[in-house]
Every structure is written in structure tokens, then in C-alpha cells.
Design a protein around this ligand. Structure first.
Ligand SMILES: *[C@@H]1O[C@H](CO)[C@@H](O)[C@H](O)[C@H]1NC(C)=O
Ligand SMILES: *[C@@H]1O[C@H](CO)[C@@H](O)[C@H](O)[C@H]1NC(C)=O
Ligand SMILES: *[C@@H]1O[C@H](CO)[C@@H](O)[C@H](O)[C@H]1NC(C)=O
Ligand SMILES: *[C@@H]1O[C@H](CO)[C@@H](O)[C@H](O)[C@H]1NC(C)=O
Length: 399
């Protein structure tokens, strides 16, 4: 497989809301009936990060050279760059949104989906504000009867933005996901949400993890470390295959975030990277013919950062087999994924090898290839087809 790879305190600072009924016309967000609460989760985290030998990024010239440093053919790999352990023991504030379905669609309200976005976005990856009835995964999950929690990963959106080299790495992100799943499993999440919400919050009895891209890597790593916290998993936009990593860092068009867009990213320090142009987003995220140009502009308007530590530690997410995981996992891929499949997912993966190498105890390892989509599956024209395929798989496995 190696060749394939490259809570104590829960505070709810903000409000719950049920939007008042509003007229819904085509193109207007459907605000009729959503029961959602914004949460600021305070999570004590212990994780085993590493100190990597990578260059600092403090301006755009550094950013381009960072990509050179990782991508030149004779570059050392991530493991060879490790200079020592970096134990982390810190409390982080993570911004989350919990939404629960309402009758008559609430038959699966006790199943909580926890969705982890990938590089380049925040939790809005799952909840587009542009034509939500066409693009919002959150709306689709609610309509299918699931409860769903989305969150800004450490380093983006309204979550904390600590050191980009030694703190914001895969192991810390996996522990954060595990901490959230732990809150759900212990009932703490529901208890605390009930205290704030103006709607009925169900007791969550099952957990389904859903990831996108880098967030799928975190989801898979979570299954390896905390299999007992998860009943089902969906990895979108990522599969261990012959092309993972082939596009390299150079495909992203990275700039130093604070210099690239000072008004938006003034709160990002050294080592925070962002895609510089709309065309850079198109390169890795979109396939012509299957998206509306205004959706590409929308993606640019909500684009987010990633860290040097995340880029170098990404491969470690897929290294450890999830031998203890007994549930089903679906890989839901985009037909024309550039980053994951170098533009064409057909024939790049071997399901039996994935099962043998990573999920020997899983109830099932499934693959769905979503036709007519680039990497950002939630922002292509047939996003709802992608969602239906995901929900059909979960239903098939009793979730
Ligand atoms: C708006 O959302 C509600 C609740 O999910 C749904 O019943 C209704 O059909 C939606 N309306 C439109 C126009 O999508
Ligand atoms: C970190 O490593 C130590 C020592 O190997 C181990 O005991 C501990 O469980 C690890 N912590 C995590 C969160 O993986
Ligand atoms: C990194 O290189 C070492 C050899 O120096 C090799 O043993 C190891 O498998 C490589 N790691 C990966 C993830 O390719
Ligand atoms: C939309 O996606 C679904 C699920 O993958 C697929 O069955 C359907 O053919 C797609 N529709 C179009 C027009 O591509």
C-alpha cells in the first residue's frame, strides 16, 4: 500500500434558529424550515504530531519555493523529513453547525452524519448558500432524514488558527474529529445542543462519517484509530489509487494566504497557503461542461486556506490499516477528479487491494463513481445525484 499513499467543556456560544417561512423562488435560498444550531466546541486535544524539515512560507516567493521543495523529483518524502515528535496537548475552539430533520422527514434523526471538508473550503463545502436546493448536502441529508454536523477544520473559517507547521497537521485534525464523534456518542453533544436549541434535538445513537478529499483522509485515519466510534463511513473525492499525489502540490496554484488576499486572510500566519486565482480552483476542483461558471465564482468567494503542516503530513492519513473497523465504507468519487485520479478515476484503483490493505474487517468496501463531476462533487450540476448515491448506499447498509 505504501506506494499508494502519499472534552470536557462544550460551549455553545451562538444561537439556534428556525428561520421564518419565506417565499421560495428559483435561485433563492430555501429558508423555510431548517432546524440548525451553531456551536463553538471547546475541545481538549492530545495528539502525536511530528516536526518536519520543510521551508517556512512568509511571502509568495516562499510559497512557490515550498511547492518546489515538496515536488521536485529528488525531494525527500514526508517520512524522511521527520526530525522528531511533536506532542500536542492543547484546547481548540472548533466552529460547528448541527442540523436536525423535522417531521415528517425525521425517521433517521438519531443517525448523526459528521462531515469533514477538504482543503480549500470550510464547512460551507457541505452547505452552499447559492441555490441550496441544488447544491447543499446539508439540505439533502435533512430531506433524507439524517441529522448532520458540519464543522470548520482547525485552521479555517471560524475555528482556531494555530501554528501552521507543528500544530495544524493530520494527527491533530484526526483527534478533533474523534473528539466530536466522542461527544456525540456520550450524549454530550445532544445534551448541550438541547440547552440552546429552540427545536427538538434527538438522541444520537449512530454515527456516520462523511469526508471530502483531505477530510476523507482524516475520516479514514479516524477509522484506523477509533473504529468503535463509527457505524458507517463515506469517503468522497479520495481513494487510495495509483494516481493519488501524482498531481502534486503544483496543481493547486498556491500563494501565501496573508499576501494573496490580506483583507480575507489577515488572521492567517506564517505557513498558511491559499489558491491564488479562480483558474487555480478550476484546475483541481471543476470539470468544464459540468458546472455553472457562477458556481466557480461562488467557490472562489468562499475559498479557504490550508497549512504547510497539512500538505506534508497528508500521506500519513492513509498509512495505518483500519483493522478494527466493522462497518461499511463507500468511496464516492468524481469521474474527472484531477487531484485524486489525475483527471480520470476509471481504472486507477483496486477495491480488493484496498480491502486487504486498509479495511480487512469492514462489512463492505464500496465504490461509486459520480459521472460528470470534478473534484468538488457538491458544486457540480448533478450534485443531488451524488447525494442520492451516497444515501442509497447507507440505506443498503441499514443506516
Ligand atoms: C424547502 O425546504 C422544505 C423542507 O426541507 C421542503 O419541504 C420544500 O419542498 C423546499 N422547497 C423548495 C422550493 O425546494
Ligand atoms: C501518542 O504516542 C504515545 C506513545 O507512543 C501513545 O501512548 C499515545 O497513545 C499516542 N497518542 C495518540 C493520541 O495517538
Ligand atoms: C520514504 O522513503 C523511504 C526510504 O528512504 C522508504 O522506506 C519509505 O517507504 C518512503 N515512504 C513513503 C511513504 O513512500
Ligand atoms: C446524476 O447522478 C446519478 C447518480 O450517480 C446518475 O444515476 C445520473 O445518471 C446522473 N444524471 C446525469 C444527467 O448525469
Amino acid at each position: 500500500m505504501a506506494s499508494l499513499l502519499f472534552l470536557t467543556a462544550l460551549s455553545l456560544l451562538s444561537h439556534s434558529s428556525i428561520a421564518a417561512p419565506a417565499p421560495v423562488s428559483s435561485g433563492t435560498p430555501n429558508t423555510t424550515t431548517r432546524s440548525c444550531v451553531d456551536l463553538a466546541l471547546s475541545l481538549p486535544i492530545k495528539a502525536n504530531n511530528s516536526i518536519y524539515d520543510i521551508p517556512r512560507v512568509d511571502n509568495n516567493i516562499d510559497a512557490v519555493d515550498f511547492v518546489w521543495d515538496l515536488d521536485h523529483w529528488s525531494a525527500p518524502n514526508a517520512t524522511e523529513r521527520i526530525r522528531g515528535p511533536k506532542p500536542v496537548d492543547q484546547t481548540f475552539t472548533i466552529s460547528a453547525q448541527l442540523c436536525v430533520p423535522q417531521a415528517p422527514n425525521a425517521e433517521k434523526a438519531d443517525i448523526l452524519q459528521i462531515a469533514t471538508h477538504g482543503f480549500g473550503f470550510d464547512k460551507r463545502y457541505w452547505d452552499a448558500g447559492l441555490q441550496p436546493e441544488k447544491y447543499s448536502y446539508v439540505d439533502a441529508a435533512l430531506a433524507a432524514g439524517y441529522s448532520i454536523l458540519t464543522y470548520d477544520r482547525l485552521g479555517v473559517g471560524s475555528s482556531d488558527k494555530p501554528d501552521a507547521y507543528e500544530i495544524v497537521q493530520v494527527p491533530v485534525q484526526v483527534e478533533i474529529l474523534a473528539a466530536i464523534a466522542g461527544l456525540a456518542r456520550r450524549g454530550t453533544l445532544a445534551t448541550q445542543a438541547k440547552a440552546k436549541a429552540s427545536f427538538t434535538v434527538p438522541t444520537f445513537t449512530k454515527t456516520v462519517l462523511v469526508g471530502h478529499s483531505f477530510g476523507s483522509g482524516l475520516t479514514i485515519s479516524m477509522l484506523a484509530h477509533y473504529p468503535h466510534l463509527v457505524d458507517g463511513a463515506v469517503a468522497t473525492g479520495l481513494i487510495p489509487n495509483t494516481q493519488v499525489g501524482a498531481a502534486g502540490q503544483r496543481a493547486f496554484g498556491l500563494e501565501y494566504a496573508a499576501a494573496s488576499n490580506p483583507s480575507r486572510f489577515h488572521d492567517r500566519g506564517s505557513g498558511y497557503l491559499v489558491q491564488g486565482t479562480v483558474s487555480a480552483l478550476q484546475q483541481v476542483f471543476f470539470k468544464k461542461g459540468f458546472f455553472e461558471p457562477r458556481v466557480l465564482e461562488y467557490a472562489d468567494s468562499i475559498k479557504e486556506t490550508g497549512t504547510a503542516g497539512e500538505f506534508v503530513s497528508f500521506g500519513s492519513a492513509l498509512e495505518r490499516p483500519a483493522g478494527g473497523y466493522r462497518g461499511p465504507i463507500l468511496f464516492a468519487l468524481a469521474e474527472y477528479d484531477f487531484g485524486t485520479c489525475l483527471g480520470d478515476c476509471k481504472g486507477t484503483y483496486d477495491v480488493s487491494e484496498i480491502r486487504r490493505g486498509l479495511f480487512p474487517g469492514a462489512a463492505d468496501v464500496g465504490v461509486h463513481v459520480q459521472p460528470g463531476s470534478g473534484h468538488t462533487l457538491t458544486l457540480h450540476g448533478n450534485a443531488t445525484g451524488h447525494y442520492e448515491a451516497v444515501f442509497a448506499y447507507l440505506r443498503e447498509w441499514g443506516l
